[in-house]
Design a binder for this molecule. Structure first.
Ligand SMILES: Cc1ncc(COP(=O)(O)O)c(C=O)c1O
Length: 372
């Protein structure tokens, strides 16, 4: 038994692990770079408010989010740091709310600037210009980014306080694509300088960029996954093996039965007992964020032993083949975490990444915090 009685699935977040990971990342920073912590998607499933509060106590000044609601949630909870909205926002009401909440927004094109002009704001909106240097997702392409920068600089309703880009391949062994992105970013910055446009804060590096490319640190770094204790790729893990997963996902056993050989378990009868064994039912399923692809594949830590998922993962429950172990309802299964299966390895086994597992942890999963 790894935890006190649980009435349902629980994600326990170790705030000391967040502190530790932040400290590990800070040790890598070249002179003077600040940290902008990516806390979008509810802090990668860890709880954005609690994560931001903790990191703010550790001196993190900036937080990055994906949607206006995520920014406003942080403000409503009293997070006073600088907030940056990574994605574009063209909705007038949202822009007004963001301005009132003193959130910085990302401008990716002329339409974004037009939206700010039309939003009827009573003070200049804090803006960061997003330049596309090779990610191909959002942003003004680097060769003519200076034109949008000029328009932002001249516009009285915007305050240009930063310029940024996003790296697409910094987690890969081949360094060339990232070096090319950095070169393009430099070209864009040089064009701004030639025009006398103050670029303000420059920021580029996600976790992989931070760990693998010191030349990408600039004024701010924007780590996400590494703060939560995971690496974006094995190559990056090798650069910083000391990261500690902050989340432990657990759920209680709710039912235990002894079954004879030949007993089928779960939808589709895809698992059949090959011998007499004990099957334990656990109160977590794919609606809570335990992926259905781990049917007949995942393993779980139960009372210090690794046991296999038996049959299909259901919406709210899964079954374990616990053999002849003495398991009773109320025992706690650890689905992933530092003392259980590795979320990175589970993700790899089903062709995805730790990010998807962490952000998929559902709303029915209670969050608990340790390390206050
Ligand atoms: C704009 C931006 N910056 C930083 C990050 C953090 O990336 P990572 O979690 O790989 O460190 C993300 C996440 O995808 C992002 O979208």
């Amino acid at each position: 038994m790894l935890d006190a009685m649980l009435d349902g699935p629980t994600a326990t977040i170790d705030l000391l692990a967040l502190d530790h990971n932040l400290a590990r990342l800070r040790r890598r920073l070249t002179s003077g770079s600040g940290v902008l912590a990516a806390v979008k998607a509810d802090g990668y499933g860890h709880g954005a408010v609690e994560v931001a509060r903790r990191l703010a106590q550790q001196g993190v000044a900036w937080f990055g989010v994906a949607t206006p609601d995520e920014a406003l949630e942080l403000r409503a909870a009293g997070i006073a740091g600088d907030l940056l909205l990574f994605g574009p926002c063209r909705d007038r009401a949202s822009l007004q709310r963001l301005a009132e909440a003193d959130v910085a927004v990302t401008i990716v094109d002329e339409a974004g600037l037009e939206a700010v002009r039309g939003a009827g704001l009573d003070r200049p909106l804090r803006c960061h210009l997003k330049i596309d240097t090779g990610m191909g997702r959002l942003g003004r392409p680097w060769p003519d980014a200076v034109e949008l920068a000029r328009a932002l600089d001249r516009e009285p309703r915007t305050a240009l306080e930063g310029v940024w880009t996003h790296l697409a391949r910094a987690d890969e062994p081949d360094r060339a694509p990232t070096l090319a992105q950095l070169e393009r970013f430099e070209q864009a910055l040089a064009a701004l300088r030639r025009d006398g446009i103050p670029h303000g804060l420059r920021h580029v590096a996600n976790s992989a960029g931070l760990l693998a490319f010191p030349e990408a640190h600039y004024d701010l770094v924007r780590p996400g996954i590494a703060l939560y204790g995971y690496a974006p790729s094995p190559e990056i893990r090798a650069l910083e093996p000391e990261l500690r997963p902050a989340m432990t996902l657990q759920a209680p056993v709710t039912f235990v039965k002894r079954v004879p050989a030949g007993t089928a378990v779960s939808y589709g009868g895809r698992w059949t007992a090959s011998r007499a064994t004990t099957v334990a039912t656990v109160r977590i399923g794919y609606a809570d964020g335990y992926p259905r692809q781990l049917s007949n594949l995942g393993s779980v830590d139960l009372a210090g032993r690794r046991v296999e998922v038996a049959g299909r993962v259901c919406m709210d429950q899964l079954m374990l083949d616990v053999g002849d172990d003495d398991v009773v309802p109320g025992d706690v299964a650890t689905l992933w975490g530092p003392a259980g299966p590795d979320a990175e390895a589970l993700a790899a086994a089903i062709g995805t990444i730790s990010y998807e597992l962490l952000t998929g942890v559902g709303r029915r999963v209670q969050r608990r915090y340790r390390g206050d």
